[in-house]
Design a protein around this ligand. Structure first.
Ligand SMILES: [Fe+2]
Length: 238
C-alpha cells in the first residue's frame, strides 16, 4: 500500500520534476543564444586586400571571444537568452560593461563580415542607395572621402559607419572601441541603423599593413559587398 501510494505520488509529480529539470538546464540551453554566423567566404577570399591569417584570427579569436563573453552574461541577465542582439544594444545602458563590450563587438563583426565580398563580386550601389548618397553627400566620391576620414580620424580602436538615421537620412559616423550607433548611450551622438561598417582596430589590418591604416582603408573599398549594403539600406528605409 505504501509502495503504491509512493508510486502514485511520483507519477503525479513527474511533470513538476521535468519542469524543474528544464529550469535547471536552462542556463546551459540558453548559453548558445548568441552565435557567430558562418563566414560567407573562405579566409583567403579577400586577399590581397585582407590576408587569410588576419581573417582567420579575427573571426576565430576576436569575434568568437565576444560571442563567448556575451553568452557568459546570460547567467547575470537571464532575459538576454530571449533577446536579439539588436534588442540588447538598443537598451544596452541597462546592462554592465561586459554586455556593452561583448555585445557591441559581436554585432559589429557580424555586419563587417557580411558587408565584404571578394573583389569584383560585391556588385555596386543600387539606384536607390546611389541616389540617397548623392542627395546626402553630393557625390559617391565625397561620401567615400567622408567615410574614409571617419575611419582615419578615429583615434585608437573603433569603427566607421554609414547609417540610416531615425529620420531616414544617411549619415557617416564613427564610434570608439566596440560601441555602435544602435546603442542608447549619451556619447553615441549619431544614432541609426548601420548599413556599412569598417573595423579599424589594429587586429583588422596589422599583419598586412602594420601601422598604415590609410592603405588598409583605401584597399578595403575594393572588397565592399554593395549587394549586402543595398539590402540593409532597403530594410532600414522600410
Ligand atoms: Fe575586429
Amino acid at each position: 500500500m505504501h509502495a503504491l501510494t509512493h508510486a502514485h505520488t511520483s507519477h503525479r509529480r513527474l511533470p513538476l520534476m521535468l519542469a524543474g529539470l528544464t529550469a535547471a538546464l536552462m542556463p546551459w540551453l540558453a548559453a548558445a543564444q548568441f552565435t557567430q554566423s558562418p563566414l560567407p567566404y573562405a579566409y583567403t577570399a579577400l586577399e590581397p586586400q585582407i590576408d587569410a591569417m588576419t581573417m582567420e584570427l579575427h573571426y576565430t579569436r576576436h569575434h568568437k571571444a565576444a560571442v563567448d563573453g556575451l553568452n557568459a552574461q546570460i547567467k547575470t541577465y537571464p532575459e538576454l537568452a530571449t533577446m536579439t542582439i539588436e534588442q540588447v544594444l538598443r537598451q544596452v545602458s541597462k546592462y554592465n560593461t561586459a554586455v556593452r563590450n561583448n555585445g557591441g563587438n559581436h554585432y559589429n563583426h557580424e555586419i563587417f563580415w557580411k558587408v565584404m565580398a571578394p573583389a569584383g563580386q560585391g556588385g555596386k550601389p543600387s539606384e536607390a542607395l546611389d541616389a540617397a548618397i548623392k542627395a546626402q553627400f553630393g557625390s559617391m566620391d565625397e561620401f567615400r572621402k567622408q567615410f574614409s576620414a571617419a575611419a582615419m580620424g578615429r583615434f585608437g580602436s573603433g569603427w566607421a559607419w554609414l547609417v540610416v538615421t531615425p529620420d531616414k537620412k544617411l549619415a557617416v559616423t564613427s564610434t570608439p572601441n566596440q560601441d555602435n550607433p544602435l546603442m542608447d548611450l549619451p556619447e553615441i551622438t549619431v544614432k541609426g541603423t548601420p548599413i556599412l561598417g569598417l573595423d579599424v582596430w589594429e587586429h583588422a589590418y596589422y599583419l598586412s599593413y602594420q601601422n598604415r591604416r590609410g592603405d588598409y582603408v583605401k584597399y578595403w573599398w575594393d572588397v565592399v559587398n554593395w549587394n549586402e549594403v543595398n539590402r540593409r539600406f532597403e530594410e532600414a528605409m522600410r
